[in-house]
Ligand binder design. Structure first.
Ligand code: RB5
Length: 151
């Protein structure tokens, strides 16, 4: 599993924790910044970097986006074709985000949850895969709306 990860300057601490955690797992990690609290890059630019890399991987890679609340990252990420970004601050939502919604980007807010819960959420989300079933037609309709509306 290839994970593209990025954050704005409000979330460098949590991103570093998540990267250290991912290094203990069987995955390739691509970090697109920010790497310092002084880096002024706005969250939409980071979301763009991550989403474009997920698109370039033909959606094989998944993304993790972290900002202060996770809100700006999720709003921006969902403007990219083929991206289904889910803001999750509990493990049940992280599980359903994949199993019900086939989320390929996980968003987190450094100012909302603690590091240990954030790592649990990533650990829940990481190994799951969407499977054909009752949610397939719903995700297909979401994807049709995506392709009808986004270039
Ligand atoms: C800080 O720029 C803050 O607005 C940002 O990290 C994020 O919470 C936006 O949604």
């Amino acid at each position: 599993m290839k994970i593209i990860i990025g954050c704005d300057n409000a979330a460098v601490g949590l991103k570093n924790e998540i990267i250290s955690f991912l290094e203990t797992k069987d995955c390739e990690i691509v970090n697109v910044g920010c790497d310092s609290k002084e880096d002024p890059t706005y969250y939409p630019e980071i979301a763009k970097r991550v989403c474009e890399k997920v698109q370039e991987s033909n959606y094989e890679a998944r993304g993790i986006l972290i900002c202060g609340t996770g809100l700006g990252m999720s709003m921006t990420a969902n403007k990219f074709k083929g991206i289904r970004a889910a803001l999750c601050h509990d493990c049940f939502s992280a599980e359903r985000a994949v199993l019900s919604n086939d989320a390929n980007v996980l968003c987190l807010g450094e100012r909302v949850i603690g590091y240990e819960l954030a790592k649990k959420i990533v650990d829940t989300w990481l190994p799951l895969k969407f499977k054909d079933g009752r949610s397939t037609a719903k995700v297909a309709l979401m994807n049709k709306i995506d392709s009808d509306n986004l270039k």
